[in-house]
Design a protein around this ligand. Sequence first.
Ligand code: G
Ligand code: G
Ligand code: MN
Ligand code: NA
Length: 251
Amino acid sequence: ARLQADLRAALKARDGLFVFYQPIIDAGSKTITSREALVRWHHPQRGWISPAEFVPIAEQSGLIDQLGEFVLNTACNDAAGWEDGARVAVNVSAAQLGKGTIAPAVLEALSRSGLSPGRLEIEVTETAMLDDENGGIGDLRRIRDMGVRVALDDFGTGYSSLTHLRAFPFDKIKIDGSFVRDAVERPESAAVVRAIADLGKRLGVTTVAEGVETEAHLNRVLEEGCSEVQGYFYGRPAPSDRDAATVMELN
Ligand code: G
Ligand code: G
Ligand code: MN
Ligand code: NA
């Protein structure tokens, strides 16, 4: 309850919340195709708190829409200033879908920032797809119809992943880092990575290997045919130039 109140205050004051960016690299050209926006919170007493802790609190307390809009607006504004023209990828949680509010929020962030829709990607997890009675797919369709790409995140960790690929025309599949890191040592995991990469080729969908931490991970996922890679090997999530000095002082 305390953290919830503190998060509400942080959102209201626009204080202590930051968006970090992590590069996603094209396997062939080794250039940055996009950057994933990852929210960070520096709590006045507790210091840095992981989104793994505060995103669920935001979801349960109804603050997720406000938090989501903060990330969406910040990410679109920042990306509009990137000279390399890379796309920006924003995570959207299940709790933001099925309410008819996300598509207007995306449109608003695009028009306010002037970012072209083709430079925005929305990442949703499989759990976000699970309960479609709530109309989450309709929301994703409206977003995709604007020309925004939609990615299926953490692929392979949820239930009946393949059903989701049939239910919605995703532009991108992100292979969960657990398979990627395991693939160096276990042929079973390497086979899973290859099967997903092949599936992506068949479907005409980009496949991203997440969690690439070492050169061995990189070589393995390139071997298995992934089209893009993301992970500490190429770069950790880092603040924008605008926030760099502030974040340095908080660390
Ligand atoms: O960045 P990090 O690996 O610490 O993120 C932990 C979890 O929080 C991941 O599951 C990630 O997808 C999620 N997360 C990070 N930023 C956001 C965000 O802006 N919105 C949502 N919904 N989830 C996020
Ligand atoms: O669930 P999602 O894939 O959106 O979450 C991304 C999370 O993965 C972020 O919290 C990010 O900090 C983390 N991450 C990014 N690259 C790596 C990596 O190479 N190794 C590990 N362990 N985590 C990573
Ligand atoms: Mn993600
Ligand atoms: Na992921």
